[in-house]
Design a protein around this ligand. Structure first.
Ligand SMILES: Cc1cc2nc3c(=O)[nH]c(=O)nc-3n(C[C@H](O)[C@H](O)[C@H](O)COP(=O)(O)OP(=O)(O)OC[C@H]3O[C@@H](n4cnc5c(N)ncnc54)[C@H](O)[C@@H]3O)c2cc1C
Length: 363
């Protein structure tokens, strides 16, 4: 019998445990993780004044901290210096190993796959392939308790990425946040992270009503072909639901967190800052009271933006271009990082393409 079982030794579980166990060192905690191998992927986040400092709070180091970003569509190419902010890219494996090392003396871990969970009035039963465990509370960052989304008009962010070694030397000080590509029914763009002179991650991303990896792979291949590359270093892919209906939910004893718990920002899929912020705010909260609340105004704006992408995918690039071109970059970053001041929101609203947003609002 444990006080707390955590399913998954992934990002949100560890961000939470690191903070929570500093104030609840007496808890008997078991982590159940299905795989010893840690997935290979990159996680990025804004950093800078007023934003939660991931290095200070979690001692994680960015592989790269970009001070310049670019956004390109067929009409315009915008390059912005974002200092004193930065766009940081972390190796997921480094993040998981670092945070796990900081909690490993306070938890037990077993490598086994959870197959079912059952909530009783006084405990939770967790079945794995090999064992059964009981606990007072369960935190799950997996899709075991899958959410059924009422709204069938939703978008998915899906992406394929390839890190390549290139033959020619390249400049590597700018993150290409979005380079929009032609598409009739999806928002489609390349996201490029140059790590050094010789290596770059090319990620082709779509916001679509359905997930069509086969088609995306073809487009991605074309994007890769524009580089003179020597070899493929690694590949990654993913799907993130983009819907304000994909909300946090919990029962009396089972708390869903992370991507499957509705932590990601609906309009962007970014999660790490939100999950870290939430973990710090809730260091002293009782497990029975733990909830994740969206900021209402941000959620409302995300909803209009998602509708615009859903009904007018061909026009979405102009929303992003206007966002980055017509606003002070500090306001944009605070907005994207979930901590906008009221005047950031007012400015951003005044500078959005009104016709598209109003049409989306009334749809
Ligand atoms: C390729 C990729 C790139 C991303 N890039 C970014 C980014 O740049 N910035 C950002 O903020 N977000 C990003 N995200 C979104 C999100 O931040 C990450 O997916 C993040 O890892 C989600 O954290 P999590 O805790 O929900 O899940 P995970 O970190 O995936 O952890 C879940 C864990 O649960 C384990 N597990 C699953 N099922 C079971 C089971 N039945 N029994 C036992 N264990 C189980 C898994 O093995 C895994 O270790 C990205 C996602 C992907 C897929």
């Amino acid at each position: 019998m444990y006080d707390l079982i955590v399913i998954g030794r992934g990002l949100s579980s560890l961000l939470f445990l690191k903070q929570y166990l500093e104030t609840h060192s007496d808890l008997k905690v078991l982590i159940i993780e299905k795989s010893k191998k840690i997935e290979s992927r990159y996680i990025s986040s804004w950093q800078g004044p007023g934003l939660l400092d991931l290095k200070k709070e979690y001692d994680i180091h960015a592989d790269k901290a970009y001070k310049k970003i670019s956004i390109i569509n067929e009409e315009i190419s915008i390059k912005k210096n974002i200092s004193p902010y930065s766009y940081n890219t972390y190796d997921y494996k480094h993040v998981i190993e670092t945070i796990f090392n900081s909690v490993k003396d306070k938890v037990e871990i077993i490598y086994d796959q959870v197959t079912s969970v059952k909530e009783m009035s006084n405990e939770v039963n967790v079945k794995t392939k090999k064992h059964t465990f009981q606990s007072q509370y369960l935190i799950s960052s997996t899709s075991l308790a899958k959410q059924s989304l009422k709204n069938n008009k939703m978008l998915f962010q899906y992406f394929v990425g390839t890190k390549i070694q290139i033959k020619d030397n390249q400049k590597h000080d700018t993150c290409q946040l979005m380079h929009f590509l032609q598409s009739n029914n999806e928002v489609l763009f390349d996201y490029n992270l140059p790590f050094d002179q010789k290596s770059i991650l090319i990620e082709t991303t779509a916001f679509g009503k359905k997930v069509h990896f086969e088609n995306l792979e073809k487009i991605h291949k074309k994007s890769l072909a524009t580089f003179n590359f020597a070899k493929i270093i690694k590949k990654e892919k993913g799907v993130i639901p983009m819907s304000v209906d994909h909300k946090f939910h919990r029962t009396a004893r089972i708390i869903n967190i992370g991507l499957d718990g509705g932590f990601a920002r609906p309009s962007s899929g970014y999660m790490i800052l939100r999950a870290a912020q939430w973990s710090i705010i809730n260091r002293n909260t009782n497990l029975k009271d733990l909830v994740f609340k969206e900021k209402k105004l941000i959620s409302f704006l995300d909803k209009i933006f998602l509708k615009a992408c859903y009904y007018y995918p061909g026009l979405a690039s102009s929303i992003f271009v206007k966002l980055f071109n017509s606003n002070d970059i500090a306001s944009v970053i605070r907005f994207l990082a979930d901590i906008p001041k009221l005047y950031d929101i007012v400015k951003i609203l005044m500078n959005t393409p009104k016709k598209i947003m109003i049409n989306a609002l009334i749809k």
